[in-house]
Design a binder for this molecule. Structure first.
Ligand code: NAD
Ligand code: DAU
Length: 336
């Protein structure tokens, strides 16, 4: 039996990963350690909460004492660290939690993993660590030039994890994925925000000229890549995980309006995000050569995603209230 410890398993990608592992393998135990910040949601895992193989701890990865207790009780073999503050805009207004969770929290997990001789430590990093490129897509050995407090804190965690491989022989593997989309994504990120706004005929706040480019990866594909990397990846290595779907924000917006049947008049161009990276692009040849490629094409992924938000208003509607509404009113003059 394989023993997994997943952090941030109640968030968007982490919850898809918990479902992926429990759905694919019978002989596993899986501990989910999640602080349940605004981005963590028990609803995302309610269908596995009674599964004997699953156990949830509401804890902070920065809490050294609790992490020591959990590691020593469960002796995980595979640690997958999703837990992070993950939204770039929030990191611009309030960076402290990002440094704390993304860097210090990763340090606490690395220390416990070293003490407990884990077999694999997977650090879920991001393509944002490379910064922006208008030229060739980034390969795994390219320099890291993060631009936001979020991506800088993720870069710190990424390199700290590597240092535990190099210095202490901890079997660390680092994945750097592009922008994920899919069901259960908190409606502050571009795709779920714009889908849910469009459904309700609310404005879509497009930053700057709308021509920034991201490479979109379906979250279930990201989870299958992580699973593949756990089995086939080499300790000390970094793997880019991309979707092969480079699109401008305006193209994404048009697709959402088309799928929801709403008018382009909903688009509102607003001030640009400070330090806004123009384009993320990944060279994914390394993972492809190892035997993994994404399975879900963008057309299918977007149809499934839009339909999920249409069918699951009860999941996202309560999240769009209070402080959240104030934020859009104060920053963009938009009444959601
Ligand atoms: P998310 O914000 O939806 O979820 C983060 C989860 O971490 C939440 O459940 C939250 O409660 C938990 N968490 C936060 N601080 C914690 C703490 N101190 N202790 C324990 N739990 C804590 O994020 P996501 O979009 O699912 O991203 C997951 C990971 O993948 C992050 O590390 C992110 O940097 C990385 N990533 C995300 C994307 C993307 O497009 N969303 C792409 C590449 C990499
Ligand atoms: O590339 C991977 C990263 O992708 C992850 O590491 C991050 O956790 C994740 O949040 C995401 O970062 P981005 O900043 O690229 O995602 P976001 O959805 O915030 O924005 C996508 C693009 O859309 C970006 O160019 C900014 C733009 N945007 C975003 C929002 C929320 C808008 O134009 N309007 C908006 O309201």
């Amino acid at each position: 039996m394989k023993r997994y410890l997943v952090t941030g398993g109640s968030g968007f990608i982490g919850s898809r990963f918990v479902h992926h592992i429990l759905g694919k393998y019978n002989d596993v135990s899986l501990i989910n350690v999640d602080k349940l910040t605004y981005a963590g949601n028990q609803e995302n895992l309610k269908d596995v909460s009674d599964d004997d193989r699953y156990r949830f701890y509401r804890d902070d990865i920065c809490d050294k004492k609790r992490m020591a207790e959990i590691f020593s009780e469960h002796k995980p073999e595979i640690v997958v660290n999703f837990a992070a503050e993950s939204h770039v805009d929030r990191s611009i207004g309030a960076p402290e939690d990002f440094i704390q969770t993304d860097v210090f929290g990763t340090f606490v997990l690395l220390e416990e993993s070293k003490k407990n001789d884990v077999e694999r430590f997977i650090q879920i990093s991001t393509d944002e660590v490379y910064g922006s490129t208008l030229g060739e897509p980034f390969g795994e050995t390219d320099p890291l030039m993060p631009s936001s407090p979020y991506s800088a804190s993720k870069t710190g965690a990424d390199r700290l994890a590597y240092s535990y491989f190099k210095t202490y022989d901890l079997p660390v593997i680092i994945s750097r994925a592009s922008n994920n989309y899919g069901s259960h994504q908190y409606p502050e990120k571009l795709i779920p925000l714009f889908i849910t706004n469009a459904i309700d005929d609310k404005q879509l706040p497009l930053y700057g000229d709308g021509l920034n480019v991201r490479d979109w990866l379906y979250a279930d594909d990201h989870c299958s890549a992580i699973d593949f990397i756990i089995s086939n990846g080499v300790p000390g290595e970094v793997y880019n995980v991309g979707g092969g779907n480079e699109l401008t924000n305006i193209m994404i917006t048009d697709r959402i309006l088309e799928l929801t049947g709403k008018s382009k008049e909903l688009i509102k161009f607003v001030d640009d995000r400070p330090g806004h990276d123009r384009r993320y692009a990944l060279d994914t040849a390394k993972l492809s050569a190892l035997g993994w490629d994404p399975a879900i094409d963008f057309k299918t992924g977007m149809e499934k995603t839009v339909n999920w938000y249409i069918d699951n208003r009860s999941w996202w509607e309560p999240l769009k209230s209070g402080e959240y509404l104030e934020y859009y009113k104060n920053n963009y003059g938009i009444e959601l």
